[in-house]
Design a binder for this molecule. Structure first.
Ligand code: HQG
Length: 177
């Protein structure tokens, strides 16, 4: 079984469309693992396959509960969940990778969260560029997180080291390449 395919499937049902298999997420985004297995019809999902995907996942996208019975996505949701993240002080600079074709709109509106809960930012250039490259020719922005923080914007850090903020107005953006 292709682990990437399972990871994409879990992202889809845990972040975007639990309804598609009749799954219900808790307010915090948890789903019962046995329920997922029972409701997955298009391929044979097992607990050990899920555990392998969670353990080997390049971005640590998922978390299994301490008792091993539940799973959630660490971030990236479009369905409403409360990830119970606490606002923390961000590094002075954070990065956002996007695609060239979005530039005009970004220079008008700033970074907006689109269909997710937050704008996603990263600490490393490598990550930001690969995120941007998913949509076309990658472009890198530096975000003046220090000034945003001083100005009262709240930043959150997920369990897998993604930085989240509600929006990034144009004045805090600096295009790098
Ligand atoms: C762009 C993946 C037009 C934004 C990644 C991005 C990340 C605008 C796209 C995570 C805009 C939204 C999130 C504006 C922002 N006008 N376009 N005003 N403001 N955009 O996928 O940050 O692999 O929702 O630049 O690694 O690309 O799924 O956000 O290009 O961590 O775990 O609109 O998804 O993680 O795209 O990626 P997305 P993202 P996973």
């Amino acid at each position: 079984m292709d682990l990437k395919k399972v990871s994409k499937y879990l992202s889809f049902i845990l972040r975007h469309q639990p309804d598609s298999i009749g799954l219900e997420l808790s307010d915090e985004g948890w789903a019962d693992i046995n329920e997922i297995i029972g409701k997955t019809k298009k391929f044979k999902l097992t607990k050990s396959l899920i555990n392998t995907v969670v353990e080997t996942n390049d971005k640590k996208r998922f978390l299994i509960s301490d008792d091993g019975s539940k799973i959630k996505a660490n971030q990236g949701h479009s369905v409403k969940v409360n990830l119970e993240l606490e606002a923390v002080t961000p590094p002075n600079i954070l990065l956002h990778g996007t695609a060239e074709r979005f530039l005009e709109s970004i220079f008008t509106q700033g970074l907006t969260k689109q269909r997710r809960h937050h704008v996603h930012l990263s600490k490393t250039q490598k990550t930001a560029i690969s995120v941007g490259a998913r949509y076309g020719k990658p472009v890198l922005f530096k975000v003046d997180a220090k000034q945003m923080h001083i100005d009262g914007y709240e930043f959150f850090k997920t369990a897998n080291n993604v930085w989240l903020v509600d929006c990034v107005p144009v004045k805090y953006l600096d295009k790098v390449n």
